[in-house]
Design a binder for this molecule. Structure first.
Ligand code: JQ2
Length: 733
């Protein structure tokens, strides 16, 4: 037969409950309870029961005692019946199949159960002392290997997709180790798993057996094939027998481990040659397996609880790091290892529209940004997203599936597309596959473990280890922690900014009233100083100089008050934007600034300036201050050059004033536009220290912006941006 997927598919559909045959290590007959007539027999029945049970008749008187007991059992509710047929050296086992009773006989006398109970007792003791699941699994394989004498006992555990992995093993070395190996779900197909969930034990004492047919093949009364789900002797699938032969095993037995009603795994026993185990010992194995199942159930719950505590400690660590830093992201990233540990990932990133911080192994930034677009587009929005196979949900993910098949993502902002994302690599990359231990010389055939591993490999391509509940919960908790930290920081900021706004308002009110009240006294000082000078014609030079100084100081103080006043008024006045002829405005300003420049040489270079929208008086003030500054700070130059430019770019009209003056150090550019901030010593250059603050305020009131560039002794350029006609609708605040 040629290997083909079709064969395998057919085998997955094989009706294994109704094979119509048994294995030859016992015999079977079907009894109709009303009249005790034998309805069906296995063709080998006379090998075991001679003429005591014959098709179409009632069992002979030699079995009377057993049959009476059997009928008593049938009238009750127990599922299984067992008795000794001492005269024949057999054990009789029975169970119901619809209205009929299926009876099976197997050779075997009463066991020396005392010793077995001793072994069982010590096993149960060891198991209850063991707190680690993995070591408990090894204990059970050891116990069963000792009890049954099989060459190798494996513990085979199913994952969510019913792929399996050998997670514990005991053996005498006659068969190769399969520890750690993984197999695809198809190696134990669905109908077999369903059967094994209800009938927990099966044995194949000799893989090379010849199946014994049932006679007649169907129940003569119903015409139905016999349901052998619970028959000990059920003949097994020929495909599975082929598999066993290919893996070099002559006998097998497997016991289901059921946890919370689900088939969790199998204890799978093999021998190189034929090997059998009595019914009593098989029962003991089942008992051990179910004891283990209960233990795993409770250990798993304890482990899950411990894991949640462990992960919440990681969350706490991350939380305190985030709270300690000004920028919570810095804190989070400073604990990169913890971030990975939080959900056992190999890579992680926090990605916002403006920032990307990553840790460990992650896809490239452009892949991450595209992944975020995918996440954002989901109907679930920014809820948790977890997958063990990203490519299945998001085909573009295949490109980086090797490092990020597992993705756990969680939105961390209501407002922005900000995500915390963890990654896990494709599983095949992480599997330890040292030296192909299952590859044996001479292994052949269409199905055997090595091919199974390849099939499994194909199956789990682009799949990562799944995220468990404790990890998903940890991700949610961390999100809550982040949101908490961010919220608290935002509240602090809001508090700060409302404090700031209040003190700004107070300051404005204060400076308005102060400057208003100071204006008149300064005028008076100047005026009276002037009057005094005119009246007292006999004053000596020194006194005249004093008077001159008084009036200059008062003029300067008055100017300061004027500036302060207009600065504080700016916060209140509403702005009515009108088209402004900037060429004219600048020409006027240049003229007024240079009226009295003490014969300085200034080379002006003024380009044709585009018009703009704004309040002419205020913008004139801007030009005045900038140009006046340029003139002022070029004083030390023998030839000052001042250039004024203007152009339109997109929805902004941009103007600049450059000079070759004393410039400034860019390190202090942030201070340039503050009130009373001056980079040069006040006495070197006249001015109130409010000019640039006022300029910025005016520009900002126009919804524009201003920036400065300079270098010490190399001049400065001030550039301001005003929203133009295109943005007129929302140009002015
Ligand atoms: O031998 C048994 O106890 C039957 C249960 C069974 C097992 C357990 C044994 N066992 C292992 O210890 C390991 C790890 C090395 C594997 C992979 C394994 C497989 C395994 N398959 C079992 C049963 C079956 N497999 C059955 C039902 C047999 C029956 O109860 O009648 C079927 C139909 C198959 C079918 C396949 N097995 C294959 O490997 C493939 C490719 C197929 C065809 C889909």
């Amino acid at each position: 037969m040629t290997p083909s997927d079709l064969d395998l598919e057919a085998c997955a559909r094989e009706p294994i409950r109704v094979p119509g045959a048994i294995q030859p290590h016992g015999a079977l007959f079907v009894l109709r309870p009303q009249d005790q007539v034998v309805m069906q027999v296995s063709a080998n029945l006379s090998d075991y029961l001679q003429d005591d049970v014959v098709l179409g008749q009632c069992p002979s008187a030699a079995l009377d005692a057993a049959i009476t007991a059997l009928l008593n059992w049938h009238a009750g509710r127990q599922a299984f019946f067992q008795t000794r047929l001492a005269g024949q050296g057999l054990t009789l086992l029975a169970h119901r199949a619809g209205p009929l009773i299926v009876c099976e006989v197997e050779p075997g006398g009463p066991e020396q159960m005392d010793e077995v109970f001793g072994q069982l007792r010590s096993f149960v003791q060891k198991l209850s002392d063991e707190t680690d699941i993995s070591r408990s699994l090894v204990l059970v394989t050891q116990f069963i290997a000792e009890l049954t004498g099989f060459d190798r006992v494996l513990l085979y555990r199913f994952d969510d997709e019913w792929n399996g992995q050998v997670v514990a093993e005991s053996g005498n070395g006659r068969l190769p180790s399969y520890l750690g190996l993984r197999f695809p779900a198809s190696d134990i197909p669905a109908q077999a798993r369903a059967l094994y969930a209800s009938n927990r034990l099966r044995i194949i004492p000799d893989v090379n057996y010849t199946a014994v047919p049932l006679v007649p093949p169907h129940n003569p009364q119903t015409g139905e094939p016999l349901d052998m789900s619970f028959a000990q002797l059920r003949s097994v699938s020929p495909v599975h027998l082929e598999y066993m032969r290919n893996m070099g095993t002559g006998a097998s037995m497997s016991v289901s481990i059921m946890i919370d009603g689900r088939l969790w795994g199998l204890i799978s026993c093999h021998s190189a040659g034929a090997h059998t185990v009595s019914h009593a010992l098989r029962e003991t194995c089942d008992f051990a397996a179910q004891t283990l199942a209960m233990r795993i159930g409770s250990l798993a719950r304890a482990e899950d609880a411990a894991r949640r505590v462990e992960l919440s400690q990681v969350t706490t660590r991350l939380l305190s790091a985030m709270s300690a830093e000004n920028d919570w992201l810095d804190g989070l990233v400073s604990q990169g290892e913890g971030l990975l540990e939080q959900v056992t990932a190999t890579g992680a990133c926090v990605i916002t529209p403006t920032e990307l911080r990553s840790f460990g192994i992650t896809p490239a930034e452009e892949d991450l940004r595209r992944l975020v677009s995918f996440l954002e587009a989901r109907p679930e929005g920014r809820d948790l997203f977890a997958t063990q196979s990203l490519a299945a949900d998001y085909p573009a993910g295949e490109a980086f599936g090797a490092i990020a098949s597992g993705v756990l993502a969680i939105g961390i902002s209501e407002l922005h597309a900000s995500w915390l994302i963890w990654f896990r690599p494709e599983l095949v990359r992480t599997v330890q596959w040292g030296g192909n231990p299952h590859k044996r010389v001479g292994e052949s055939g269409r199905i055997h473990p090595r091919k199974s591993f390849d099939a499994w490999r194909e199956l789990v391509r682009l799949q990562a280890e799944p995220w468990n509940e404790a990890e998903l919960a940890a991700a949610r908790n961390l999100r809550a922690a982040i949101v908490g930290v961010v919220l608290r920081k935002a509240e602090e900021m809001a508090q700060l900014s409302s404090d700031l706004q209040r003190s700004n308002k107070e300051l404005e009110a204060f400076s308005y009233s102060v400057s208003h009240d100071l204006r008149a006294p300064f005028r008076h000082i100047v005026g009276f100083a002037e009057l005094l000078r005119e009246r007292e014609t006999t004053l000596d030079d020194k006194s005249r100089h004093y008077l001159q100084t008084i009036s200059e100081a008062a003029i300067s103080a008055g100017r300061l008050v004027d500036d302060l006043l207009s600065f504080s008024q700016l916060g209140r006045a509403s702005i009515v934007p009108k088209p402004m002829d900037m060429n004219k405005l600048v020409a006027d300003v240049v003229k007024s600034v240079t009226l009295d420049n003490g014969g300085r040489r200034i080379e002006w270079s003024v380009s044709d300036l585009p018009p703009a929208l704004g309040d002419v008086t205020l913008i004139r003030q801007v030009w005045f201050n900038l140009i006046d500054n340029a003139v002022k700070y070029t004083q030390p130059r023998s030839v000052a050059t001042i250039a004024i430019r203007g152009y339109v770019r997109d929805d902004m009209t941009i103007y600049s004033v450059s000079d070759n003056g004393v410039g400034f150090d860019m390190a202090y550019v942030g201070k340039l536009f503050g009130v009373f901030q001056r980079l040069q010593r006040a006495e070197d250059f006249e001015g109130t220290g409010i000019g640039l603050a006022l300029v910025r305020r005016i520009i900002e009131r126009h919804n524009g912006s201003i920036e400065a560039e300079g270098e010490v002794d190399q001049g400065a350029t001030f550039t301001f941006y005003l929203p133009n006609e295109m943005r007129k609708g929302r140009a002015i605040a």
